[in-house]
Write a protein that binds this ligand. Structure first.
Ligand code: GLU
Length: 276
């Protein structure tokens, strides 16, 4: 896409000027330092989803999605310190990709037909399922009961989770929508809502982080096919697809799933077959 071309042109100019500098200055002294950002790649991830995408201090990002994001960058030729991670909250993802704010997003991003009209995906690299996180003492609930319940739910604007609640899963619910899921965790803790609903991957992370406080209902309400989000017609798409395939084939997928989802008690599935 437009930006990557600019980026590559920038990188080429930087490389050319470095070569020139080397010729002009055979002694090797007088290094002018880095060339000011051309050598970085901007990548969107989640910042507040433990186990999937979490910012844990300056330049410290962890999670299953973050591992994949780093691997893709490496395959594209970037060192880890050349990655500029940007927070991609659910509702901003399409806009960030369209505007060229990031080269790609790895952030519990479900592939949907609606989103495919605006952005491209490489995936699915993981299949999660929508579920409910409730306080430990909350009664269990079936999918049928949920469909009729006047329950207070919390989810995130622009997510498939919120859309599914409104369209089919819990039409009678009173739905509170925030920008990030961690805000819903606070609301659940303070009893402002009865449940937080989104993908079970994300919920398992919060349950593990708040040991003994919450439980997942295990309802498997939907299939969420996670994809790496790319701008339409991105010229890195083929390389990204090859990188994701390699991540799966070389066992990194399984390693990351065990490391980041295992401790949360998540039942790890088989890696899916890439389609897009
Ligand atoms: N996977 C769902 C989605 O893409 C929910 C998780 C999220 O908001 O990132 O909307």
């Amino acid at each position: 896409m437009r930006f990557s071309r600019v980026l590559r042109a920038g990188a080429a100019i930087a490389a050319a000027s470095l070569a020139l500098a080397a010729c002009a200055n055979p002694g090797g002294g007088g290094d002018s330092g880095d060339s000011g950002g051309e050598g970085t790649i901007r990548v969107g991830i989640k910042f507040d989803q433990p186990g999937m995408g979490q910012k844990q201090g300056e330049n410290n990002y962890t999670g299953f999605d973050v591992e994949l994001a780093k691997f893709i960058a490496k395959e594209l030729g970037y060192e880890e310190n050349q990655i500029e991670f940007k927070e991609a909250v659910s509702d901003d993802r399409e806009t960030m990709l369209k505007n060229g704010d990031v080269e790609y997003i790895v952030g519990t991003y479900s592939i949907t037909d609606e989103r495919k009209e605006v952005v491209d995906f490489v995936g699915p690299y993981f299949i999660a399922h929508q579920d409910l996180l409730v306080r430990k003492d909350y009664p269990d609930l079936t999918k049928e009961e949920l469909a009729k319940a006047k329950i207070k739910l919390c989810s995130v604007t622009g997510s498939t989770s919120a859309a599914n609640v409104k369209q089919e899963l819990a039409k009678n619910a009173d739905l509170k929508e925030y920008k990030g899921y961690s805000q819903c965790v606070g609301a659940l803790e303070s009893k402002a809502v009865d449940a937080l609903t989104t993908d079970d991957t994300i919920l398992a992370g919060y349950a593990a982080q708040n040991e003994g406080k919450f439980k997942l209902l295990g309802l498997k309400l939907t299939d969420e096919h996670y994809g790496v989000g790319l701008p339409k017609d991105s010229d890195i798409k083929d390389k990204v697809k090859a990188a994701v395939q390699k991540w799966i084939d070389d066992g990194h997928w399984e390693e990351a799933a065990k490391k980041y989802l295992g401790p949360a008690g998540y039942e790890i599935p088989e890696p899916p077959t890439l389609e897009d």
